[in-house]
Design a protein around this ligand. Structure first.
Ligand code: HEC
Length: 257
């Protein structure tokens, strides 16, 4: 029994360390891969504002168009800024070496980002840029401190300023053989305030970031949409099959009773 308990404790140990990892609170985002209009709006933002630096090099334009219900003609007219042909892979406009020279780090490929960081992280990251005069790009980020990415959606969101609150912690320490309470004040992030409004209201900006995150979740696992479709056909087939199976059962048992 003791051994079993030990095995159990070892098994859950990684969970405990994971839970202990402190970081800023991530905001919930409602991901819905069946919401085609949201995915289409997200694709538009991604192609217009992110592909200049980041690639999504596992994805082809026409595959994306096909999955999201956008015709090749519409893809050509509205989404093909960084490539010539609809069959091309979604590669960044900026050559990687140049980007590395400018930003110090190459912007990573975002094909798998939603699986690597999770949708909540991306959604919070895109809404957590704030002005920081000390940063090289002039921007810092709450969930990615000292990020090298300039805040490219600044026009939309405007300029945020972090508001901190003072938190008092009391430590029990020993001085000269006596236990005393030592109080320390620390500043922790509380919320953002909008120092300069952007062209979008905060609600509309959140909605746009939800669409973008939704699209990036699709990007990380495009086959999910195909699985959903096949899943629906399988369920329809099972319902139809049930009717026939029931009729067949009735036919077989008719003579028994
Ligand atoms: C001007 C170039 C540029 C543009 C445009 C840009 N990024 Fe970035 N991005 C960067 C760079 C550089 C980094 C690497 C930051 C670092 O490692 O410090 C980065 C990092 C990121 C990361 C974090 C990657 C990680 O390490 O997990 C995400 C997510 C991201 N970008 C999303 C976006 C999205 C979404 C857009 C479009 C709205 C966008 N970026 C537009 C340059 C850019």
């Amino acid at each position: 029994m003791k051994k079993l308990l030990l095995v159990f404790l070892f098994a859950i140990a990684p969970l405990a360390t994971f839970a202990a990892e402190e970081g800023p609170k991530l905001d919930h985002v409602n991901i819905d891969l069946n919401d085609k209009p949201s995915l289409q709006r997200g694709a538009r933002i991604f192609v217009n504002y992110c592909l200049s630096c980041h690639s999504a090099s596992y994805m082809r334009y026409n595959r994306m168009g096909h999955d999201l219900g956008i015709s090749d003609e519409l893809v050509k007219e509205n989404l093909l800024f960084a490539a010539d042909k609809v069959g091309d892979l979604m590669k960044a406009v900026m050559p990687e070496e140049d980007a590395k020279d400018w930003f110090g780090v190459a912007p990573p490929d975002l094909s798998d980002e939603a699986r690597y960081r999770g949708p909540e992280w991306i959604y919070t990251y895109m809404r957590s840029f704030y002005r920081d005069p000390k940063a090289v790009s002039g921007w810092n980020n709450l969930v990615f401190p000292h990020v090298a990415m300039p805040f490219v959606l600044y026009d939309w969101q405007g300029e945020q300023r972090p508001v901190y609150k003072t938190v008092k912690t009391v430590d029990h320490i020993e001085i000269g053989g006596k236990m005393v309470n030592k109080e320390t004040n620390s500043e922790v992030f509380d919320h953002f305030e909008l120092a300069k409004p952007g062209t979008m209201s905060p609600q509309d900006y959140d909605k746009a970031m939800r669409d973008l995150t939704n699209f990036m979740v699709y990007l990380a696992e495009p086959a999910k949409l195909v699985r959903y479709r096949i899943g629906a056909y399988v369920l329809i087939f099972l319902v139809v099959f049930l009717v026939f199976a029931y009729l067949l059962k009735k036919e077989y048992w008719k003579d028994v009773h």
